[in-house]
Ligand binder design. Structure first.
Ligand code: SAM
Length: 231
């Protein structure tokens, strides 16, 4: 093994994350579904359908026998593609949103069901006093946090859950046997295994996991992880 190789292997992928670089990248992205999804807006319909089916299996929804989440939180919500397309469409009554790029959330202000908007990163977010959630949805954004930041954020989420509440993380998985850093948006794509370790470290247990079906073959695998407090 070359000397350079051994050095790069000692550095974890998340050590390269730069908050400034990722903020710069997202500030330059259009506030559109295409912008949110890297130029693949057609992925959204299949994505939302997969998420809705996943939640239905967990008993969340507005069909008979399911329960609607009175209070939900979405992490890294962007323009609210999921907020409005999934959560406020029969899944939750009121949604708080975390999103660091303020221009993305401008269109969400004052929309029915949208409660608080936190224009901050997940790593800096603190729950408002006395506000608890039945459902916390976090999709396609945790790669901007280091492993340590993600553990701490998920711990705060765990403590902000109502009894019986649920956290869902929906993310790409890397496939090459290691976590991958992407300079373009300064984010890490983690292996399934790394994410499971992080969930455990945050005091969460996996209650259901599912691979998103129906995406085009050249996309990375996407998993939905449903999590509850370990104790
Ligand atoms: C790929 S988009 C996904 C948006 C939304 N979750 C969706 O599925 O449509 C990634 C989002 O993460 C946001 N983001 C970047 N850094 C973040 C951070 N540190 N905390 C929370 N969100 C972040 C970006 O601004 C962007 O809105």
């Amino acid at each position: 093994m070359a000397a350079d190789d051994s050095i790069s292997r000692q550095e974890s992928a998340d050590s390269h994350i730069s908050r400034d670089d990722s903020r710069k990248y997202w500030a330059g992205v259009d506030a559109t579904v295409s912008g949110m999804l890297g130029g693949l807006p057609h992925v959204s319909r299949v994505d939302i359908r997969g998420s809705r089916n996943f939640l239905a299996k967990l008993g969340v929804g507005s069909k008979p026998g399911q329960r609607v989440a009175a209070s939900a939180l979405e992490g890294g919500a962007g323009i609210g593609r999921v907020t409005e397309g999934l959560l406020l469409d029969g899944i939750a009554t009121e949604v708080d949103v975390i999103e660091p790029i303020a221009k993305f959330t401008e269109g969400l202000r004052g929309r029915p069901g949208v409660r608080s908007i936190f224009n901050t990163g997940l790593e800096d977010w603190q729950p408002a006093d006395g506000v608890q959630y039945d459902l916390i949805w976090i999709q396609w954004c945790v790669g901007h946090l280091t492993d340590a930041q993600l553990v701490l954020f998920l711990e705060r989420c765990r403590l902000a859950l109502n009894p019986g509440g649920l956290i869902v993380v929906k993310e790409n998985n890397s496939t090459g046997g290691e976590d991958d850093f992407d300079q373009l948006d300064s984010a890490v794509t983690r292996q399934d295994d790394t994410l499971r370790h992080i969930f455990r470290d945050a005091g969460l247990r996996l209650v259901q996991v599912e691979l998103q079906k129906g995406f085009q073959a050249d996309l990375l695998p996407v998993r939905m992880y449903a999590l509850k407090p370990a104790q």
